[in-house]
Design a protein around this ligand. Sequence first.
Ligand code: ARG
Length: 460
Amino acid sequence: MKLWGGRFTKETNRLVDAFNASISFDRRLYRQDIRGSIAHVTMLARQQILTDHEKEDIIAGLSGILADLDDGSLTIDESCEDIHSFVEATLIERVGDVGKKLHTGRSRNDQVALDMKLYVRDEVSELSGLVKQLLETLLSTMKEHTETYMPGFTHLQKAQPLTLAHHLGAYFEMFSRDQGRLSDIFRRMNYCPLGAGALAGTTYPLDRAYTAQLLDFEGPTLNSMDSVSDRDYLIELLSAMSTIMMHLSRFSEEIIIWNSNEYQFVELDDAYSTGSSIMPQKKNPDIAELVRGKTGRVYGALMSLLTTMKGLPLAYNKDMQEDKEMTFDAIDTTKHCLLLFTGMLSTARFKKDRMKKSAANGFTNATDAADYLVNHGVPFRDAHGIVGQLVLYCIEKNIALEDMTLEEFKDISPVFEQDIYEAISLKTCVEKRITMGAPGKEAMEQVIRQYETYLNQLES
Ligand code: ARG
């Protein structure tokens, strides 16, 4: 059944119907659609646009449709144009002519804007919950590893030693910013478009504030044209999800490197790894690779919607129907990735010994050796040169700085004394990094306490 047959004298072309229809993907909005309709008729009756009796019949019909869709006894008829048409047609079929009053003072333009907002608002909350779980996993892993030494890298070259807690803390920062973006989006989008009509409001005395209140919005939107043509909140969400995916992807890349035979910093749990059909020895980090790979489709959804929106005149245009499929896919993808990544991280086994050994090799304490000289009066630039010589010497002999004898140190610079060994030990190198935000244990523990407070005040 069509909602708009009246002014047409011909059937639409079959291909046009198929091309125009959105029911194959907007069917997932049925709960939001029915919830919005119930709020709408409740308001209509309060404004005496419908009688209480009519309201009750319509609500009973809609509630029945919802229950039957939920339990599967009613299936969505995909020959309808969209979910709005299906719900309305089914209502009329079930409750008769009174059902035809549901759409009073409403257009599918404000209806779909509402449905999408209701859907996305719930998804933003779910995404927040998943990011929170990831943050909790990160924090508990950090607490276990404030003394797990590992090399820190720049250019993927060993740079200075730090701890696993510190490395994971960088991701805590990233995901807490993501969390902040999600709550900003929620706050900004939480205004109700229903009552905007097709674009110019309606002549019925609707109480938009009341509908907004029934649907848990902050209030009604203030411009009816913008209400039906605003998709900013979707673009913001796609952008926030793209950033989440970018963070997950960087983290995945590190996990893949750390899980490689060469590094062996981490061993992924069997439950989160996969094998090879031909090479029996293989245990592959497929989850991390897939998370890294799926980042592309979320970016794609963002670019797609930005491009769809860029030339649209006010107000509603059918182009906007293209906001759904990729947004749904991006939401599903990001949620799955967050869930799986958190599972993978919480079951991963970090190999402290391998990390420590790696931190001890590769001259990650070279800066500290230079600082030692500086503390003994050598200008930093000279100290840099001296330690460069030490490093060259060690590379030739295939040893670490701390393997050199004191005589060898002194041959290169007489300033060195016995306490150089203490000064360049891994523990000292890390613990001496005491500035706020640095890996030293005390600084780290202070930050961990702040993270705990932060997590406690996040709503779950
Ligand atoms: N399926 C449409 C969409 O997703 C619903 C709105 C249709 N409005 C209209 N005037 N054709 O955007």
